[in-house]
Design a protein around this ligand. Structure first.
Ligand SMILES: O=C[C@H](O)COP(=O)(O)O
Length: 332
């Protein structure tokens, strides 16, 4: 997003719909997996400079923030979730920004990319979003630890799909990565993908628990080879969630997979992304490393429970010149 041309990229409501074909996967290629490396100091140098750069000019920031909204998986994953909370969140997903602000921005039809909930909340979300075209994503497979019996993890996917979830966010078994058992990770991911049927599957790597960036690179490749439609950093429950270095490693694995197979896999950083300015940094990283095609909700999502509120505040400031109190944008 360094050039004026880049800054002028159309806002989401003006984009033609593009739906990427699903990733069919491929046989496990151990030479490719073993060859994947990650040079931590080079990666950290590359990402350290990103937040300081003024990547989006002020007059285009509002359009980019609206783009970020269209890519949010608006999430609630709390033990005290209720149907009422989920209904309120769905109302926010359908109308993420106050109508007067949207009108002032010349925008219409803006929604979040999806709603993301636990299985028990899927029916309430499906009902609340009926007719909106906004998909419901369910976290699954014993989220967040992924340590329940394997047959129950598969059954959980099936139940969420039957309840109407169009996207399933599975968690991988971290131990398969930590012990270098790539075949087991591949087989697990392939079984999860099969259980999803038509529902798109996002593979949560829980990168904060994988030990090294090299493991992140290898796990990313294995999950893509096994048919993941998206790879996702974190559950939001690890002590370290989405970071820019981890994102760079995963994004480059996606680029590598695309260059070798012609298949575009989506990317979802999740956990701890709550500031509008951080969302712009992520968008600029995606744009620089993968290009414009990935800056649409079918290939990019933020997993976030509180990012939308800050973006709405920034948009209000852009329109009115004044910040409102954060409690006015409580949901999301
Ligand atoms: O997948 C989404 C994450 O759980 C959301 O994490 P967050 O609450 O830190 O935004």
């Amino acid at each position: 997003m360094q050039t004026e041309q880049a800054n002028r990229t159309a806002v989401p409501s003006q984009l033609p719909q593009a739906i990427e074909p699903r990733n069919p996967g491929m046989p496990l290629d151990m030479d490719w997996v073993r060859g994947a490396q990650a040079n931590r100091s080079a990666i950290e140098r590359r990402t350290a400079s990103l937040p300081g750069r003024r990547s989006v000019k002020k007059e285009f920031q509002a359009a980019w923030l609206c783009r970020a909204i269209s890519c949010i998986d608006l999430t609630t994953l709390a033990g005290d979730d209720t149907e009422g909370r989920v209904r309120r969140l769905c109302a926010k997903a359908k109308q993420p920004v106050r109508p007067d602000l949207l009108e002032a921005l010349g925008m219409q039809g803006l929604t979040t990319g999806a709603i993301c909930v636990y299985h028990d909340m899927v029916p309430a979300a499906v009902t609340a979003l009926k007719g909106s075209g906004i998909p419901v994503a369910a976290v699954s497979t014993g989220f967040p630890a992924g340590l329940s019996p394997f047959h129950l993890r598969l059954a959980e996917i099936g139940e969420s799909v039957a309840a109407g979830a169009a996207e399933i966010d599975i968690v991988i078994s971290r131990r398969h990565v930590l012990t270098g058992n790539w075949q087991a990770l591949y087989d697990e991911m392939k079984a999860f993908r099969a259980a999803c049927g038509e529902a798109h599957v996002k593979a949560i790597l829980a990168t904060g628990e994988l030990g090294s960036l090299r493991n992140v690179a290898r796990a990313s490749l294995v999950c893509m080879m096994a048919g993941a439609d998206f790879i996702k950093t974190s559950t939001g429950k690890e002590s370290v969630n989405a970071t820019l270095p981890v994102s760079l490693v995963m994004i480059r694995a996606i680029r590598d997979y695309y260059e070798r197979t012609g298949i575009r896999v989506g990317y979802k950083p999740a956990g701890g992304i709550s500031k509008a300015k951080d969302s712009l940094v992520y968008l600029s990283l995606i744009k620089e490393e993968l290009g414009d095609r990935w800056l649409r909700p079918d290939l990019f999502r933020f997993g976030a429970s509180s990012l939308l509120g800050d973006i709405e505040r920034q948009l209000e400031h852009y329109v009115t010149g004044a910040y409102s109190a954060s409690w006015r944008h409580a949901a999301g």
